[in-house]
Ligand binder design. Structure first.
Ligand SMILES: Cc1cc2nc3c(=O)[nH]c(=O)nc-3n(C[C@H](O)[C@H](O)[C@H](O)COP(=O)(O)OP(=O)(O)OC[C@H]3O[C@@H](n4cnc5c(N)ncnc54)[C@H](O)[C@@H]3O)c2cc1C
Length: 476
């Protein structure tokens, strides 16, 4: 048998038995365990760290939800599942999984209620002015590119970032409640158990797992199924080199220790297919505060490549994947303000030619770009990339500056979006699209909703939503 799987014939004795075994206690694992318990199953969760939480507990805690949740309504916003679907379908990369998107959007209102029922508090107030986690304890924020072209023409925009009531970073609060609700549901949790192999029966069905604990192997029999919810692989250099080499150039890998791809490799060893391993969320938070959206982002050719009011996940992806991480945000004296994250100024000058010379851009290119931009911005238009009129202002007041957005200097934050292939019920699929008996998965161990064009909150959102589905499927 390959590494990562054992035959049941090799197992002399099981140390532990359960109906459903959940591997990894982050947001996806907690959701899976709670819902598996709700089916009446005896549930055991094995977590390799000394406590649950994972990357979810380090996160901003934004959950991308909509379709008219109670929180959206309380804050005075109308939304429909159809608008949410249309936005996500258009924005979530090339060929996102439509069945998953549809299920997610239709179940989003109920999913919010479920989170509230687990004890997660949401303040019924809207915060305007950041993309993603707010610096306050407000409950609702914009967390994507809904108001940008072309999305605002495709779907009615609505803020869909739902954040637990916690100033700045709500991930710890979310996980405090989900980690408490897990044993609260009756599931058993064993920390310091690192799962190293799946146990297969003669037909290839997954019937248990092997975990390392206190220096020895423990064998667990799972009568109904195993759920892999072990996080992504951004800390696995070998996998990154193979699938996502550009991601290795990012300054920040958004991760906890568990994001080493162990669950993905376990699934592969059991016969699973993978999807979208080359896809990642790449955030470039250069337009915080939002006034900097009035700047002009150019590449090494001195040309624009995106509407600068797009969400930071779009900016980073486009700058890194399509422009080799060579980008600068051009500002003038009037719009310049201290950037929150990307603080290095690469060049200053009294003219665009001076800036271009300092940056090493082709002579004339930057001046030509700004000449076209300024001419149209003066009339409140951007016929090239359709930036919103709210952020259009001719850059005419020297001195001019170039905020450094190169991947070597600026904050590019990466985490992986691809993983095991699963269906809407959280069943892990083989390369033919057939469900592997006894194997389920959710969260960043899987390929989820976003396969590019990331909006904040989609990872915790799909992890908890399809984690619940995986738990229910395994429990049944
Ligand atoms: C600073 C920061 C901010 C972020 N903000 C947001 C945000 O606002 N919204 C959003 O949607 N996303 C955000 N993210 C991304 C998001 O946190 C993760 O993508 C998400 O939490 C992944 O959830 P998960 O349940 O799949 O994995 P995790 O939460 O990482 O859980 C996986 C668990 O499995 C355990 N594990 C791993 N391997 C094994 C094994 N072999 N055996 C046993 N246990 C194992 C790990 O220890 C871990 O506890 C942010 C991330 C960071 C770091």
């Amino acid at each position: 048998m390959p590494t990562g799987v054992r035959s049941i014939n090799e197992v002399a004795h099981f140390d532990e038995r359960c109906d459903v075994l959940v591997v990894g206690l982050g947001a996806a694992g907690a959701a899976a365990a709670i819902e598996a318990r709700a089916t009446g199953a005896d549930v055991l969760v094995l977590e390799r760290a000394s406590a649950g939480g994972g990357t979810s507990a380090m996160s901003g805690g934004v959950l991308y939800l909509g379709g008219g949740t109670a929180l959206q309504r309380a804050c005075g916003f109308e939304d429909t599942a159809e608008d949410m679907f249309r936005y996500l379908q258009a924005s979530c990369g090339v060929a996102p999984d439509e069945a998953k998107l549809r299920r997610y959007c239709e179940g989003s209102v109920e999913h919010f209620e479920w989170l509230v029922a687990q004890g997660v508090p949401f303040r019924e107030t809207f915060y305007h002015g950041t993309s993603g986690e707010p610096p306050t304890d407000d409950g609702l924020v914009w967390s994507g590119s809904e108001r940008c072209q072309p999305y605002c023409d495709i779907a009615q925009p609505a803020p869909r970032g739902h954040v637990g009531q916690m100033t700045f970073q709500a991930g710890p609060l979310l996980m405090k409640h989900l980690c408490a609700a897990t044993p609260g549901s009756g599931a058993r949790v064993a920390a310091d158990h690192r799962v190293s192999a799946l146990v297969l029966d003669a037909d290839g069905a997954v019937v248990g797992a092997v975990a390392r604990h206190a220096g020895r192997e423990r064998f667990v029999r799972a009568r109904r199924g195993v759920v892999l919810s072990t996080g992504g692989f951004v800390l696995n250099d070998a996998m990154m080199r193979t699938h996502l080499p550009l991601g290795l150039r990012c300054k920040m890998r958004v991760a906890s220790d568990g994001d080493d791809g162990s669950g993905i490799k376990l699934g592969i060893a059991a016969g699973a297919a993978t999807k979208n391993l080359d896809k990642a969320s790449i955030s470039l938070p250069v337009t915080e505060p939002w006034g900097l959206k009035r700047g002009v982002l150019v590449n090494a050719q001195g040309q624009r490549f995106i509407h600068e009011d797009a969400y930071m996940g779009f900016l980073g992806e486009r700058a890194l994947f399509q422009n080799d991480g060579r980008a600068w945000l051009i500002v003038d004296d009037e719009i310049f303000e201290e950037p929150l994250y990307c603080k290095t100024v690469a060049a200053t000058g009294e003219s665009f030619e001076e800036l271009a010379a300092e940056l090493g851009l082709p002579p004339g290119s930057l001046a030509a770009t700004l000449q076209v931009y300024n001419r149209h911005a003066a009339c409140g238009r951007d016929p090239v990339f359709h930036k919103s009129a709210d952020y259009l202002k001719p850059l005419v007041t020297p001195p001019f500056g170039a905020i450094d957005c190169t991947v070597e200097e600026a904050l590019y934050a990466v985490f992986t979006l691809g993983g095991l292939a699963t269906d809407v019920e959280g069943r892990v699929l083989d390369p033919e699209g057939v469900a592997i008996p006894g194997l389920f998965a959710a969260g960043r161990a899987t390929s989820g909703l976003s396969v590019g064009g990331y909006s904040s909150g989609l990872s915790l959102g799909d992890g908890t939503f399809f984690g619940r589905a995986a738990g229910r499927s395994a429990g049944r």
